[in-house]
Write a protein of this length. Structure first.
Length: 87
């Protein structure tokens, strides 16, 4: 199972209507954070769980769902988090 697969599995807790994960790790080869094995990812997630929440709280919800992955497997994560109908 890839890191992107594990990200998807963990984010299932937010019941996303739409989820797109892009692994950009290859573009950051040699980057200091990448040396420790942590990857760079871009995330687009649409979930009813985000309705009425600020962007900061939405990001916190994503980080909490990913848990320890943020310390080891993920070095950088660009998040775009929306409630349904916001895009």
């Amino acid at each position: 199972m890839t890191v992107a697969d594990r990200i998807e599995k963990k984010l299932a807790a937010l019941k996303p209507e739409s989820l797109e994960i892009v692994d950009e790790s290859r573009a950051h080869a040699g980057h200091e954070g990448a040396k420790s094995g942590g990857g760079h990812y871009r995330l687009l997630i649409v979930s009813p769980a985000f309705a009425g929440k600020t962007a900061q709280l939405r990001h916190r919800m994503v980080y909490e769902a990913l848990g320890p992955m943020m310390k080891n497997e993920i070095h950088a994560l660009a998040i775009r988090a929306y409630a349904p109908g916001e895009i």
